[in-house]
Design a protein around this ligand. Structure first.
Ligand SMILES: [Zn+2]
Ligand SMILES: [Zn+2]
Length: 380
């Protein structure tokens, strides 16, 4: 245990298998050099990587990925951002981690030099995507602007590494970053969660994590809403501590919230559905002076009832990813096992079967929540 990291470090392989994005929806298994770490960097040998809804968008449409200033297609780009693994090599001067430690990751390293990075809002880095040629500000967002985790190895800035709690499986560890987004959303809502009431709209992985985390932080009433295609997810929401679940296909979600709260509304809404009318609905679910955090990406533009927001002093926040080191706090909270987060992991695929894993997630084949790809180390 006490041998120096350098002598304990295994030789880093020269080449690795990595999926690359050719055209839209065209992933190809390729070979790339294993990255070498610079100062403040580590190479992670990937153990498992989860498929996120945003991966599906990147692979199909491009944004929010931005590679060398453009769309991520035909640039030898490797997507995937919810990975975990083992530290395989450290850059010069890195002593914050040791080779062999299990780590999960955050996506955004930011540039570390813009106003937002300096405020801890590195997921809103002003220099997002400026990491190439004459524009290189050192920004990284793995799986979006730099290579991600659908590969055997990835390069990470040490600020984007989080130790995996003891006893946590690889599959569950891929959920740490998801929990980080939920914690960031709760932070942005004001942080005072204990005793307050919350609606989570949309029972995807982040929404369900939001339920579990809010209850773990002492929230009072927590209501989770979904539709009739979300039955199994709503059940998990109950297991995670939701006091009430609402099937919006059977009962209007706003009316249900008003029925449950006897017309008062709630303090907070964590909007994780991305539904076109979600903001207007949320504005009718909160009490006067309430707060809404928009987590889900929506498509297209939607009309908003601004007068309702203004006249009721309702605060609206949008978040991207997981800033303010939320991922580290999420890992600490998950380690306390206040709720069975691992229930979110429903499907597992082998590394070579990534396209099938993507299809499973995109088409919801077999009612998945989190689809995880195990990266086969025998090929390393
Ligand atoms: Zn994600
Ligand atoms: Zn920045």
């Amino acid at each position: 245990m006490s041998s120096p990291a350098s002598s304990a470090a295994p030789m880093l392989a020269r080449e690795m298998k990595a999926w690359v994005l050719d055209g839209p929806n065209e992933l190809r298994l390729s070979t790339k050099p294993v990255p070498r770490p610079g100062p403040a960097e580590a190479v992670v040998r990937i153990g498992a990587v989860a498929v996120c809804g945003t991966d599906l968008e990147v692979i199909r449409d491009g944004p929010p990925a931005l590679v060398a200033g453009g769309l991520p297609f035909n640039r030898n780009f490797t997507p995937g951002h919810e990975y975990m693994g083992t530290i395989a090599a450290l850059g010069e001067g890195v002593d914050e981690f040791a080779v062999g430690e299990r780590v999960a990751v955050e996506i955004h390293a930011g540039c570390g030099r813009c106003t937002r990075c300096r405020e801890g809002m590195y997921t809103a880095c002003v220099n997002y995507g400026l990491n190439y040629a004459d524009h290189d500000k050192g920004h990284r967002a793995n799986g979006f602007t730099t290579d991600g985790g659908f590969a055997q190895y990835a390069l990470n800035h040490i600020n984007t590494l989080v130790r995996v709690p003891h006893g946590m499986s690889d599959e569950e560890a891929t959920l740490i970053v998801t929990a980080g987004t939920a914690i960031y959303g709760l932070d942005v809502l004001g942080g005072l969660i204990a005793g307050q009431s919350l609606v989570v709209t949309g029972p995807g992985a982040i929404g369900l994590m939001g339920v579990g985390m809010a209850k773990a932080l002492g929230a009072g009433l927590v209501i989770l809403s979904g539709t009739d295609r979300d039955r199994s997810r709503l059940e998990i929401g109950r297991t995670f501590g939701a006091d009430e679940v609402v099937d919006a296909s059977a009962e209007d979600a706003v009316q249900a919230v008003m029925r449950i709260t006897r017309g008062k509304g709630v303090d907070y809404v964590l909007e994780c559905s991305g539904a076109p009318n979600a903001l207007n609905d949320a504005a009718r679910m909160v009490s006067r002076g309430g707060r809404i955090c928009l987590v889900a990406f929506t498509h297209g533009e939607a009309p908003v009832n601004v007068a309702r927001l203004v006249s009721n002093n309702i605060y609206v926040f949008g978040i991207r990813g997981e800033g303010h080191s939320a991922t580290r706090r999420a890992a600490a909270l998950l380690a306390q096992a206040r709720f069975p987060a691992k229930l979110l992991h429903t499907h597992t695929f082998a590394f070579d079967a990534l396209p099938q894993a993507i299809r499973c997630a995109a088409e919801r084949i077999g009612d998945p929540i989190k689809v995880v790809v195990k990266v086969d180390e025998r090929h390393a």
